[in-house]
Every structure is written in structure tokens, then in C-alpha cells.
Design a protein around this ligand. Structure first.
Ligand code: NAP
Length: 244
């Protein structure tokens, strides 16, 4: 049984957290739902090697993980959920009986957010190949959507994207940080002129609410969606894990 008046502390680890919505999302949730004696704090870590010290010095009940530590945090954990293990990325840490268990709720967040707007589209181009892209690929596999990844360092990079590529892939998903609040003038380099009303552009970025990537899609009559609902769904899924 939970001790009366004991503060439960949850938080987010990442390198630069000033643009993250997670702490305002959770603190507003605690307020609205009258969840008392509970707080959600940002913990900026300059390096993942500081993780052990954080765990020792803070009495934590659960953590979220963001850029750039979703993969590098894994060696510090005791175990992983099946999904987190299979994709090799963690965005949620459960503290249970002194053990740290890694989960990935980006998968369910992305999946539930894109399903209602998929229509009959079943081909996707994924921009970027970091931690979030792993969750996106896993979800697309579950949805039987064939996909190709565009990576600066991979076998298919931005210079390889032709008009025909855009004509073939009806869903384009931005998992890069291009366009986020700290760099709003940036956007993935694509032949945007090939976009049509048949396309769906999904940006994992939610701040700003419309990146240039989404704006160019809208200009070409494509459907667009930002990452806000994904963020909310993954946050609720994290909350459920911490309270299970
Ligand atoms: P990450 O692990 O750092 O991966 C981002 C990837 O983007 C990199 O691996 C890189 O792929 C590519 N990239 C980085 N800088 C680039 C540049 N200048 N030009 C082109 N490509 C670049 O980050 P992440 O954790 O996957 O997160 C990515 C984005 O998704 C962030 O904006 C994050 O806030 C957002 N996100 C949102 C949600 C949500 O709930 N809405 C959840 C997770 C993440 P290559 O090196 O392969 O090109």
C-alpha cells in the first residue's frame, strides 16, 4: 500500500528538454485529475553516464526517455519488455521491486494515432533512422504497411528520392528533428511538388504544431497530422505501466 503523503516523482531524461511537452502534459493531468502528491520533472543529462547517479540520488517512481538516450539507456536497465527488446529502443522505464524495466510506448502511440487516417494507403517512406523510427517501423509491420527508410547514412538517402518514389509511397513519416522548435526553418529535402491529395504526411514533431514539412504537404492538398496525439497516447500508456 502506498504511504500517505509520500511524493511520487516521475520524470523525463534527455539532453535538451526545454521544448518538450511531457512535463506540462503530466503536471496538467495531475492537476485536472486531482492526482495529489505526484510530480513530473525534467532531468537534463549531458551524458547517459550520469543516469546511474540520477537513479541513486532521486527517489523515482518512473521515467520517460527522449533524444538522444532511447537506445543508449538500455545497458543501464535490468530487463526489457518484448517490444522494447525487439526494436532496441526504450521511452519508458518502470521501477518495480528495485529493478528497472524498459518499455516502448511510442509504438502504441504512433499506431493508434495513424490508424484513423490511413484509409487504403499501404506504402510508407520513413525519414530518419533513429530511436523513434524503430518504433514506427515496428508499428507499420504490425499494420502490414510496407515501408522504406531514408537515412543520411543508409543505402537510400535523400538524394535517392525521386518523383517516382513519392508517387509510390503514399505515407511519408518524418522521424527526424528537422523543423522542431529549435530549428523551425529546416525541413527534410523531398520533391514536394510530387505530393497529391492521395498522400498522408505524418510528422512526429508536435512543437511547432505545423512544421514546414506538414505545411508543404498541406499546400499540395495532402492529408497531414502532427505528433501531438501520439505524444498524448504514449504518455497515457507510460502512466498505465507506472501504475500497473
Ligand atoms: P534520434 O534517435 O536522434 O533520431 C533522429 C534521426 O533523425 C537520426 O537518427 C537521423 O537519422 C535523423 N536526423 C537527425 N538530424 C538530421 C538532420 N540534420 N538531417 C536529416 N536527418 C537527421 O531521435 P528520435 O528519438 O528518433 O526522435 C526524432 C523526432 O521524433 C524528435 O523530433 C522527437 O521529438 C520526435 N518524437 C516524437 C514523439 C511523439 O510522441 N510525438 C515520440 C518520439 C519522438 P539518419 O542519421 O539515419 O539520417
Amino acid at each position: 500500500m502506498r504511504q500517505k503523503n509520500k511524493i511520487r516523482t516521475f520524470g523525463l531524461i534527455g539532453k535538451s528538454l526545454s521544448h518538450s511537452f511531457s512535463s506540462s502534459y503530466f503536471n496538467e493531468k495531475f492537476y485536472k485529475e486531482e492526482i495529489t502528491n505526484t510530480e513530473y520533472i525534467n532531468f537534463e543529462l549531458e551524458d547517459i553516464s550520469k543516469f546511474t547517479q540520477l537513479i541513486k540520488t532521486q527517489n523515482l517512481s518512473g521515467l520517460n526517455v527522449t533524444i538522444p538516450y532511447k537506445e543508449s539507456v538500455i545497458p543501464f536497465l535490468d530487463d526489457l519488455s518484448a517490444d522494447a527488446k525487439s526494436i532496441g529502443a526504450v521511452n519508458t522505464i518502470q521501477f518495480i521491486n528495485g529493478k528497472l524495466i524498459g518499455h516502448n510506448t511510442d509504438i502504441i502511440g504512433f499506431k493508434k494515432s495513424i490508424i484513423p487516417i490511413l484509409e487504403s494507403r499501404n506504402t510508407a517512406l520513413i525519414l530518419g533512422d533513429g530511436g523513434a523510427a524503430k518504433a514506427v517501423k515496428f508499428a507499420l509491420n504490425q499494420l502490414n504497411i510496407s515501408h522504406k527508410t531514408v537515412s543520411r547514412k543508409g543505402s537510400f538517402n535523400y538524394l535517392d528520392i525521386s518523383i517516382q518514389t513519392i508517387e509510390f509511397y503514399r505515407i511519408i513519416i518524418n522521424t527526424t528533428p528537422l523543423g522542431m522548435a529549435s530549428e523551425i526553418a529546416n525541413y527534410p529535402k523531398l520533391p514536394y511538388e510530387a505530393l497529391t491529395e492521395k498522400h498522408l504526411l505524418f510528422d512526429l514533431i508536435y512543437n511547432p504544431s505545423e512544421t514546414l514539412f506538414l505545411k508543404y504537404g498541406r499546400t499540395h492538398n495532402s492529408s497531414t497530422k502532427n505528433g501531438l496525439e501520439m505524444l498524448q497516447i504514449q504518455a497515457e500508456a507510460s502512466w498505465n505501466i507506472w501504475n500497473s
